[in-house]
Design a protein around this ligand. Structure first.
Ligand SMILES: Nc1nc2c(c(=O)[nH]1)N[C@H]1C(S)=C(S)[C@@H](COP(=O)(O)OP(=O)(O)OC[C@H]3O[C@@H](n4cnc5c(=O)[nH]c(N)nc54)[C@H](O)[C@@H]3O)O[C@H]1N2
Ligand SMILES: Nc1nc2c(c(=O)[nH]1)N[C@H]1C(S)=C(S)[C@@H](COP(=O)(O)OP(=O)(O)OC[C@H]3O[C@@H](n4cnc5c(=O)[nH]c(N)nc54)[C@H](O)[C@@H]3O)O[C@H]1N2
Ligand SMILES: [Mo]
Length: 772
């Protein structure tokens, strides 16, 4: 973070390659982690021993060189393994009010948290507290609440399966389903859509399918930065002749060419592999129209050539086909072109690639889900797959790219504010508790409830709720209204500083560290994007002798809160095999858990839809019949703004102000715009602009003196970075289908700034909410 001037120019090198290699070396050296860093890298994602890379949820490669790592994974691992420490002296030197002005980078860069800390309002500082007193404080607050629903238990997607199971058990034994999680902002739409369409809320494809596909659609994901190991799959697929279609308003680095990250020969020769056959620069939110257009082309073609569809599959395994056919016929090309922002010819090109392939995978991430119509769009993706039987067949199926490394496992193990009756029955029987049956609060609901005084205790199991959640000042105000906020964390972040009247920071072991309990060295399991469950074992000495594991912290809180609990909390923590034995009884698909998770590559959870068993009301895969929404803003001067990640950040952790593949150096307070949209507004390259959003409740919010940069985005759309831009997301701006905040769909006006430098960059709310 220097005062060095910013710059932006096109990046012409392939993704991964030497830019990435240089960056990795700098990172390892920079953190003073040469030895540990390099040793750790060779232990990431290994089949025997080693820890699961916390960088993303892409599965481990099962073949070839076991060097399945990437630049951003290494960045993430070395960040956790830093030698720097945030100790009691640090907290003694800085008041909370002072720290609140530090950047996210500056806070995390102080290093690892070392001991439990409690907030002292008299000194406005965090001070040391013993674990026992910390647990007692949480227990006292939770026991004093009038109703268990006055507490919320947030989870960020790093938490291992065993800890997730204990955490949900504690919340439910205590009496609430208030289990908001990061998935509420991430893939909630995918889960709901897949559950409705095919009966189970997960993708059906695995890495073998990626290797067998004849066509792959990559929709709304910046793979080179956020799932870099996907680059290998794409490059290898392209070399095999697989046709690859990228759908994205931006042409991202992975959508052109890459150097296979672990192919050192190719790196040496600088020989890039192409990763695309077709790039479709879609209008934001236009993906559903594209999918419907593809279906329309296929259905018209099928009138002359029945092989355009898979009539046998449709007949045997689906319902609603005739209605869907009629819906497609009734949707005009004019509508499809306008809503997708694509010409008919381009849609036909995509349909052609799709219809010439007998094995097609469609993968997607936040560009699809963080929209009002995220659920309908994912269901439309499934509709298109069903038409040609691309399900339950090798090389085919829906393949959402999940975010956090264990976000899928969290859900499987019960982190869900809307648990199914079957799930609760399993837990009730195996654990002898009587769980609450009514749905709990999700992320958006928790923020509102804290502000309304309905939630008084907030427990965050990892993550950075204050910055990750929408409407930053409103979320902060909610946290500050709480009687108690508790954060289980590895590093300091703003959530510790927007605290309740009483507040605790509880430091935990990271995934790279050895977790010793009474029965010896413990391991935790995780589930990747493709339903593979395997063990992760830390190999480093803990950052401090005072750290506890997440299961131990949960057990400590549970015992203090539920003194008469029949759950053997201490017994569980002594040996995680015991937790797994209970999970084997409680959770479907976890039979014989302890044995199977120790198989060299773990095991694959059964995904019934892949076996063509559909747990839907009809027992079949269900075509969805949603009306095509209007995604074009009503007013001409409004732009649709998306908030995304740079190459050099991990969610709320910002490593630098650079964004290599988009050619940006030293600037995050930027907005990418179409050059013609800039000209229309009298804005020149790099001019300071104000960005004003209008929320659904009529309230307006503004960011000042951002820099406008011309970028290849469709007219009428714009892009900038999360989490800074969360100040523009109103608390009313969430999808009615998924309750996900509309982080890729903000309606904004951008104008030349008339402010002075001093007024720069502070997000603000500029008008009270009008009633809807
Ligand atoms: N290095 C690194 N890795 C990460 C993360 C990280 O922060 N850093 N975060 C992790 C997490 S939690 C997650 S959820 C994932 C996020 O992975 P991504 O989904 O790649 O995250 P974003 O950076 O938000 O990028 C969204 C992409 O969707 C595109 N997009 C926006 N709107 C639309 C649209 O309407 N239609 C289409 N088709 N595309 C659109 C954007 O141009 C961008 O390419 O990555 C995970 N991996
Ligand atoms: N505007 C906008 N907002 C977004 C998004 C967007 O695209 N646009 N994306 C959303 C998405 S997809 C997500 S997933 C959320 C992310 O929301 P979160 O998961 O809440 O945020 P992270 O930044 O991933 O959390 C980082 C913190 O986790 C803690 N941590 C790291 N490792 C560990 C560990 O092993 N154990 C524990 N206990 N703590 C640990 C550290 O203290 C670190 O500061 O943000 C959402 N917010
Ligand atoms: Mo995410």
């Amino acid at each position: 973070m220097s005062d060095e001037k910013w710059s932006q120019r096109d990046y012409h090198h392939p993704a991964a390659g030497w830019g990435a290699a240089r960056s990795v070396l700098g990172l390892i050296a920079g953190e003073g982690e040469w030895v540990d860093g390099t040793r750790a890298i060779f232990r990431v994602n290994h089949e025997n021993g080693g820890f699961d890379c916390p960088g993303c949820a892409w599965p481990d490669d099962l073949k070839g060189l076991k060097l399945d790592i990437c630049e951003n994974g290494i960045k993430h691992v070395t960040w956790e393994m830093t030698r720097k420490r945030v100790d009691r002296d640090f907290f003694a030197r800085h008041t909370v009010t002072e720290l609140r002005h530090w950047s996210a980078f500056e806070l995390e860069d102080q290093g690892r948290l070392t001991e439990p800390m409690v907030y002292d309002p008299d000194t406005d500082r965090y001070e040391p507290i013993s674990w026992r007193d910390a647990f007692d404080l949480v227990g006292a607050h939770l026991r004093a609440l009038e109703s268990p629903h006055e507490a919320a238990f947030y989870t960020s997607g790093r938490l291992g399966n065993e800890a997730s199971f204990l955490y949900q058990l504690m919340a439910r034994e205590y009496g609430t389903n208030n289990l908001p999680d990061c998935s509420n902002m991430c893939h909630e739409a995918s889960g709901r859509a897949l559950k409705a369409s095919i009966g189970t809320g997960k993708g059906t494809a695995d890495l073998k399918d990626w290797e067998a596909a004849e066509a792959i659609f990559v929709m709304g994901v910046n793979a080179a930065s956020n799932a870099p190991r996907m680059l290998t799959a794409l490059a290898e697929a392209h070399q095999r002749g697989t046709r690859i279609v990228h759908v994205n308003p931006l042409v991202e680095a992975a959508a052109t060419r890459t150097i296979v990250p672990h192919d050192f020969v190719e790196m040496g020769l600088m020989r890039p592999t192409r990763t695309s056959n077709l790039n479709l620069q879609i209008r934001p939110g236009g993906d559903m129209a594209l999918m419907r257009g593809i279906a329309k082309v296929l259905l018209e073609k099928a009138e002359r050539d029945p092989r355009a569809l898979d009539p046998e599959f449709v007949e045997r395994h689906t319902t609603g086909f005739e209605e869907y056919r009629a819906l497609c016929a009734a949707t005009s090309w004019e509508q499809l072109e306008r809503q997708s922002g694509l010409d008919r010819e381009r849609i036909i090109d995509a349909a052609q690639i799709y219809s010439l392939s007998d094995r097609t995978l469609i993968s997607w991430c936040l560009g699809i889900t963080q929209h009002e119509h995220g659920v309908d769009t994912v269901r439309e993706i499934v509709n298109v797959l069903l038409l040609r039987g691309n399900l339950g067949r090798e090389g085919a199926g829906p393949s959402p790219v999940r975010g956090h490394s264990n976000v899928q496992g969290n859900r499987t193990c019960g982190i869900d504010h809307r648990p199914t009756p079957e799930f609760l029955d399993g837990v009730a029987e195996a654990c002898g508790i009587d769980p609450p049956r009514e749905p709990g609060l999700d992320t958006v609901g928790t923020v509102r409830a804290m502000n309304e005084g309905a939630v008084k205790v907030f427990v965050g199991m990892g993550g950075n709720f204050a910055k990750a959640a929408p409407d930053t000042p409103y979320t902060a105000a909610g946290l500050r209204k709480c009687d108690l906020t508790v954060h289980v964390s590895t590093k300091l972040n703003h959530s510790h500083l927007e605290h309740g009247r009483a507040a605790l920071i509880l430091p935990c072991l990271g995934r790279t560290e050895k977790d010793h309990q009474r029965a010896g060295l413990q391991s935790s399991s995780v589930e990747d994007s493709m339903s593979m469950v395997h063990l992760s074992v830390g190999m480093k000495r803990p950052a401090s002798p005072h750290l506890l594991s997440e299961p131990a912290i949960i057990a400590g809180i549970a015992r203090a809160t539920l003194p008469d609990s029949a759950t053997p909390w201490e017994h569980y923590v002594e040996d995680y095999d015991r937790i797994r034995d209970t999970m084997a009884q409680a959770l479907t698909g976890f039979e014989d858990f302890n044995r199977r998770v120790r198989l060299p590559l773990g095991f694959r959870l059964v995904q019934p839809a892949r076996e063509l068993v559909f747990l839907t009301p009809s027992g079949r895969a269900e075509f969805s019949l949603a009306e095509l929404p209007d995604v074009v803003p009503a007013e001409d001067d409004v732009l649709v703004l998306q908030t995304m990640r740079s190459h050099d950040q991990w969610n709320t952790t910002v490593y630098s102000n650079d964004d290599r593949y988009r050619g940006v150096r030293n600037l995050r307070t930027l907005v990418f715009m179409n050059a013609r949209d800039m000209r229309d507004r009298g804005i020149a390259e790099g001019d300071p602009v104000d960005i004003e959003s209008t929320s659904r409740d009529g309230s307006r919010r503004r960011l000042r003196r951002y820099r406008a940069l011309a970028y290849d985005v469709p007219r009428g759309s714009a892009a900038g970075y999360m989490p800074e831009m969360n100040v523009l997301v109103g608390s009313a701006d969430y999808s009615t289908q998924s309750d996900q905040p509309l982080m890729k769909n903000l309606l904004v006006r951008v104008v030349l700034s008339t402010d002075t430098e001093e007024e720069a960059n502070h997000g603000e709310r500029i008008e009270g909410a009008r009633a809807r």
